[in-house]
Design a protein around this ligand. Structure first.
Ligand code: PEP
Length: 252
């Protein structure tokens, strides 16, 4: 019932030359792939390049952040409408690097989520606990609160046409992935919360991605879990062969 999705988060990496080589290889390889949705979320300055290379292809693209405001005196910010002009379909919202390094709290993340939805793009909403929170047995409480903030602000239907990503902070960029069992436990619990808020149908339709040190070697086992619908991939999305192997693992 759910189409799998693999989204690369390039973070602040890339150059015109590197991007072109990576995207051309993705395009050549895309022919052979199945129904999995492939997405690259790139730094803002590269959106025009990505649009020109990927337009008309089966690889979608997106941004890693957006302003919660439509326009105005917000130096350095980028609006959802601007992203739409560059063909973005997806926007990552609430990545832990934004929450931790740029102090984005639940209320701001919820406002960004709503702005992305209102602008007709698809938010990829990230939730996840720190190691200390996990060790204190607070994982469900923390991710539940992050989810609730969005549902309260944007409405219980807000997850229709959205994507949720469970990204334990302790697994991001550390090389230490959650085990398939650990990830499935949280994904299953998140889906139950969505079912309570928005109904069984909405919950069954919602793609929930896992993110946190997904690699070619562990992707298939993670994606085989019943509530894991693909991945949000950081480091491995910059190595084209690894990203392709992860996309293929989602197709099994
Ligand atoms: C991410 O940036 O969302 C991420 C999951 O990074 P990594 O795959 O490098 O852990």
């Amino acid at each position: 019932m759910r189409t799998k999705l693999v989204a690369g988060n390039w973070k602040m990496h890339g150059s015109l030359a590197e991007n072109e080589a990576l995207l051309r290889t993705l395009l050549e390889s895309r022919e052979a792939s199945g129904a999995v949705r492939w997405v690259v979320c790139v730094p803002f300055p590269y959106l025009a390049q990505v649009q020109s290379l990927l337009s008309g292809s089966a690889v979608a693209w997106g941004a890693q952040n957006a302003s919660e405001h439509a326009k105005g005196a917000f130096t350095g910010e980028v609006s959802v409408a601007m992203l739409g002009e560059f063909g973005c379909r997806y926007v990552i919202v609430g990545h832990s690097e934004r929450r931790v390094l740029y102090r984005e709290g639940d209320a701001q993340v919820a406002a960004k989520f709503k702005a992305v939805k209102d602008g007709g793009l698809t938010p990829i909403l990230c939730v996840g606990e720190s190691l200390a929170q996990r060790e204190a047995g607070r994982t469900n409480e923390v991710v539940g609160e992050q989810l609730r903030a969005v549902l309260e602000s944007a409405g219980n239907d807000a997850l229709a046409d959205a994507v949720l990503a469970y990204e334990p902070v302790w697994a991001i960029g550390t090389g230490r992935s959650a085990s398939p069992g650990q990830a499935q436990e949280v994904h299953g619990w998140l889906r139950e919360q969505v079912a309570r808020a928005a109904g069984e149908d909405a919950a069954a339709r919602l793609p929930i991605l896992y993110g946190g040190s997904v690699k070619a070697a562990n992707a298939a086992e993670l994606f085989a879990q019943p509530d894991i619908d693909g991945g949000l991939i950081g480091g491995a999305s910059l190595i084209v062969d690894d990203f392709l192997a992860i996309c293929r693992a989602a197709d099994q």
